[in-house]
Design a protein around this ligand. Structure first.
Ligand code: ZN
Length: 152
């Protein structure tokens, strides 16, 4: 169940992160980068990662264009995984995916997603799940050394 307060917070965060996307830039010296494409909606973004020798994500950014959900999700993701290890980011990716597809309860302690739980709102909109998870799939691909990922 998604309550009214969560819905309202979701709308506010979408607006805020579209108006003022965080970490929206190229990292010239990135150690990893990948292009993510969601042809269903037309979302396309590039994610950059700077991973150090201890496998910590020292910096992360994105550029690209897409719908409000894909951009807000990418923006919020960068603020979330910056400073985390690649393994932690991978764990969050799986949690986020399970949250967006309705496999875990947003109000439970089965996840460490904090405010990202508002994206549970897309679970009733299957086409939007791909928008919300695109940035995460792209980081996953980048960290595996893949250059491209598509939601198709
Ligand atoms: Zn989209």
């Amino acid at each position: 169940m998604i309550d009214e307060r969560t819905k309202q917070l979701y709308q506010e965060l979408l607006l805020d992160h579209n108006k003022n996307p965080r970490n929206f830039r190229v990292i010239e010296s990135a150690s990893h980068e990948a292009v993510g494409h969601n042809p269903l909606c037309g979302d396309k973004l590039v994610v950059y990662l700077s991973v150090n020798d201890d496998k910590i994500i020292e910096d992360v950014s994105f550029i690209g264009d897409g719908c409000a959900i894909s951009k807000a999700s990418a923006s919020m993701m960068t603020t979330y995984i910056k400073g985390k290890s690649v393994d932690e980011a991978e764990k969050l990716f799986h949690q986020f995916h399970d949250l967006a597809t309705g496999k875990i309860d947003p109000d439970s302690d089965e996840h460490d997603l904090g405010r990202l739980k508002v994206f549970a709102g897309v679970r009733d909109l299957p086409a939007r799940v791909k928008c919300a998870t695109l940035a995460w799939h792209t980081v996953h691909a980048a960290s595996q050394g893949e250059e491209k990922v598509t939601t198709e």
